[in-house]
Design a protein. Sequence first.
Length: 452
Amino acid sequence: MNKSPHVLLIPYPAQGHINPIIQFGKRLLSKGVKTTLITTIFFFNSNLTNKTNTTSIEIEPISDGFDEGGYDSADSSESYLKTFKEVGSKSLGDLIKKLQDEGNKIDAIIYDSFMPWCMDVAVEFGIDGGAFFTQACGVNNIYYHVHKGLISLPVGESVSVPGLPVVEWWETPSFVHDLGPYPGWSETVFGNIDKARWVFSNSFYQLEKEVIEWMQNMWKLKVIGPTLPSMYLDKRLKNDKDYGFNLFKSNHSECIKWLNDKPKKSLVYISFGSAAKLGPKQMEEIAWGLRDSNVNFLWVIRAKEQENLPKDFLDKRVTEKGLVVAWCRQLDVLAHESIGCFVTHCGFNSTLEAISLGVPVVGMPQWTDQITNAKFLDEIWGVGARVKADENGLVRRGNLVSCIKTILEDERGDVIRENVAKWRDLAKLALDEGGSSDQHIDEFVCELMHEC
Ligand code: UDP
């Protein structure tokens, strides 16, 4: 009987995709599974240098064809995906051969659903594969229905997808309703799923019960989230306090010092994640909205984006109230008692982090699944207010301020706080011993060990 299975974990190279897979790896490791994280040479060289935090997960590089500059050096996202598939398939195959020649057996390959070609490599080597979805199950189900041609999305109409309330066409992920410069993605997300032995999702049963039950009839779905570090949830992995991987550097003590002297539940934390680009007009609306609202705030604006701030924004009047940083330790910030609400782009990690740490949100989605997550946060989970954009897609300062005030000052804010506290407790339970996600991870380990 095999007591120590070995899995390869292959995230798509982006902050929001690596974080959940690393965490899944840590859980597997804690249950006796050897894990090897595979990332691109570009990420390996530039970002995974601090390997200590990823505990004993081993890390191996493969090429995406852009070893010097990564995604940003590709001509387009389409050409990145195409090259990654071509070069990555060969490079992954070479790595598997090398690992096997060195005497390593490999029991499963768990790959990000954005890279379905990994499943073909797994098949070539006779290894079981599992697709790992970093989006909400509800979002996945929309992708699935579009991919299979089961629904179409005519402009102005609404769609029905099993397990979800009616969704307006514009509330579906932009990869399917507004291809714009990203035509390659919708094809990618559900490719090869039928060949995968498992489908993993970074969600939790209670959060998306109906849609999960529907999807469980289709695949061997393992719902294993939320994949926050254990110390923010069940606290069973004692050293697991952060993801252990950061694309950008942060000045943690400056942020915490700023939060420490603010009243409880008063401060607005604003972040649009690792990739969204807002443009000068939108930044201006947020900037003056924050000034008008007179609230204390911490705003993450990545270094390259800071030039889009109005020139006179960081004058004394504003800096007395707000701190702008290029990056922060988001989990520590969200867990701080001064935080009153989180203005978020609704990336799914940020969504789950807000829910798991009990922080109400103002949803200001930009693209992809964020648009759908914002609907879920507001209308289904009741943990926030979705801010309206105008006909040009711009969120005006008045709308933003009114959503912030709703959370911080209105009665509706109290209801939202109660809801989010309920979800926070359920998220913890899901990962705790015997919880739904813990059980799904156990089942997977048991299947790997051929004991189930
Ligand atoms: N994050 C962080 N510091 C920041 C902003 C974001 O550590 O200043 C982390 C955040 O905790 C989350 C991830 O980056 O885990 C962003 O993932 P998400 O899915 O929210 O958005 P994406 O970056 O993929 O758009």
